[in-house]
Design a protein around this ligand. Structure first.
Ligand SMILES: *Cc1c(COP(=O)(O)O)cnc(C)c1O
Length: 401
């Protein structure tokens, strides 16, 4: 992934600033820290980059989603509409909140569709937890219209789409709150970390207090800070934040390189008859972290993926992935947890063990994705495309005896 590709002296310098003071904690210790506030700087960098009024860094993308749900008041028994194609963390966060996930169909945007959401709304629906999957936007116009009409809030799990925009505005700013992940597999990495953005100061403050046992972070006497709510520890540490800061500064370069490479790929692969791509809601706003192929049918997709493996081209066939698509989520379907949750008590409105997702399956079984690298040379990309064209064309050729 781009962040790991570009890891270097900039990250080391920011980490050394922290190691030199020894203040690994993001709050307090004003004298000892000698003006070094990496978490605060990291937040400011993400706010500046996305145009958000407020940003809060936390310990992971998962705890960022949990913090958003909590700050938005999503809890006991609330229905939350979620996609069947996402990293499973999205669903776990809903369950950990004591809320109930309700699955809706995705379409060729690889995200929840407005019609899918409409069909899944129940009288108990409190929020849509929209995932902008694989680096690009969902159909926000359609989805915002349904949310408004049905009076449910939109919350954006933007873990995979930092840097992507829709009609010029950064993803994560369309709902009440949006979150990003900085784990090792995302556009930027800081080891483990997450950032929440919002234009709503009160929501961000609630998330901030929640992420640190209710502390309101006023003054420099931690033990005497007032507490309006309880919370837990979802804090980011200064070392992780320092790395995140260095990585975030590289975002404009990363996104522009990825987009350049995507354009080259798209140009070349458009010449293959019968091959389609992910449906883009705003093609220019794609962070271009992945390139997505939609083959004509499942058999051709499987054959292409096999050919890609033989040719040494990395890529993902999400339909079979254990952590990203509901088809393989037996643990979710059976609510397997070491403790009793609200969802066990109240039950799910959908029978996930028998439920099918025909529209989502029809997209997922044809989908192959591969990472767009930042550091490709033109020659490397050209060689890869030649191999890829071969892998696709030979899979699509009708079998002749
Ligand atoms: C990665 C990811 C998360 C979780 O982020 P972590 O930093 O790994 O906890 C949540 N949602 C989605 C869609 C993700 O891709």
């Amino acid at each position: 992934m781009p962040g790991t590709e570009l890891f270097g002296d900039e990250e080391r310098k920011e980490v050394m600033d922290v190691l030199n003071t020894g203040v690994l904690f993001r709050y307090n210790h004003d004298a000892q820290r000698q003006g070094i506030w990496k978490a605060k700087e990291f937040e400011a960098e993400i706010a500046k980059f996305t145009g958000a009024k407020h940003a809060l860094a936390v310990s992971s993308g998962s705890t960022a989603v949990s913090s958003m749900l909590a700050a938005c008041g999503v809890g006991y028994g609330d229905h939350v509409i979620v996609p069947p194609f996402t990293f499973v963390a999205t669903i776990e966060a809903v369950l950990f909140a004591g809320a109930i996930p309700v699955f809706a169909e995705i379409d060729e945007t690889l995200c929840l569709s407005a019609e899918g959401i409409r069909a899944a709304i129940t009288p108990k629906t409190k929020a849509v937890l929209l995932v902008h999957m694989c680096g690009a936007s969902a159909d926000l116009d359609g989805i915002l219209a349904v949310c408004k009409e049905k009076n449910v809030m939109l919350i954006e799990d933007t873990a995979q789409a930092l840097g992507a925009t829709y009609k010029g505005k950064h993803l994560g700013l369309f709902g009440k709150m949006g979150s990003f992940s900085f784990d090792f597999f995302k556009i930027n990495t800081c080891g483990e970390g997450g950032v929440i953005i919002s234009d709503d100061e009160q929501l961000i403050k609630t998330a901030e207090h929640l992420s640190d046992h209710g502390h309101n972070h006023e003054g420099d006497n931690r033990g005497m800070e007032p507490h309006h709510i309880m919370g837990t520890n979802f804090r980011i540490g200064e070392i992780n934040a320092a790395i995140g800061l260095a990585q975030a500064r590289k975002l404009p370069f990363i996104i522009s390189q990825q987009r350049k490479h995507k354009a080259i790929i798209q140009e070349r692969l458009s010449k293959i008859p019968g091959l389609a791509f992910r449906k883009q809601c705003d093609d220019a706003g794609d962070s271009a972290t992945f390139f997505h192929l939609l083959l004509p049918d499942e058999a051709t997709a499987r054959a292409t993926f096999k050919n890609m493996g033989v040719a040494g081209i990395g890529g993902g066939y999400w339909y079979d992935n254990m952590y990203h698509y509901i088809k393989q989520w037996s643990h979710v379907k059976e609510l397997k947890m070491p403790f009793r949750m609200v969802a066990h008590e109240l039950g799910l409105p959908q029978d996930l063990k028998t439920m099918t997702f025909p529209q989502s399956d029809a997209v997922m079984c044809r989908l192959i994705s591969f990472n767009i690298r930042v550091t490709w040379t033109e020659a490397e990309l050209d060689a890869l495309l030649t191999k890829l064209e071969g892998a696709i064309v030979s899979a699509m050729k009708p079998v002749t005896a």
